[in-house]
Design a protein around this ligand. Structure first.
Ligand code: FES
Length: 155
């Protein structure tokens, strides 16, 4: 394999924007794999950069670590995933992304209104959330779409 295609931990960290500790964490979680050099140091195939970009993007649209792992598990481990492999994954995502877009639009259009967070600071809250009735529904901004109330996966 061309050395240009094999990257060290620091090269992957610099190019992907993830800390070396995050790379080890994702390796432990089975999201990425690394080989070893003759001196035992981690070495990554260049294709790992696309996997890491996928991990970050998936996290940003609310996929849990388990969901990210399940998606990446559908990719061939023995070779760099092809366009067709990624297309298959993106089809899975399409519904999820559409839901996320709809949720963000509701957020954009609802921010000047009561979001049921318990602050009771807007005039509108007196009508939409009298006495903070929203607290009975869920913690956080009860009136925001569920996608926007999830705790984001670690890192
Ligand atoms: S905006 Fe916070 S309770 Fe209405």
């Amino acid at each position: 394999m061309d050395t240009h295609d094999v990257l060290s931990v620091s090269e992957v960290a610099r190019r992907s924007g993830f800390a070396a500790s995050a790379l080890r964490y994702y390796e432990d979680q089975g999201l990425i794999t690394a080989g070893r050099s003759s001196s035992g140091r981690r070495r990554y195939e260049r294709g790992v950069l696309r996997r890491l970009a996928f991990v970050r993007a998936a996290g940003n649209i609310g996929l849990s670590l388990q969901e990210i792992r399940d998606e990446l598990a559908t990719l061939p481990a023995s070779r760099t995933p092809t366009k067709a492999d990624w297309q298959r994954i993106s089809r899975h995502w399409r519904t999820r992304i559409d839901d996320q877009i709809a949720a963000l639009e509701r957020l954009r259009d609802g921010l000047d209104s009561c979001i049921g967070c318990g602050c009771l600071s807007l005039q509108r809250c007196a009508f939409s959330n009298p006495g903070d009735i929203a607290s009975a529904q869920s913690p956080g901004a009860a009136y925001l779409p569920a996608q926007l109330r999830r705790v984001a996966p670690r890192r």
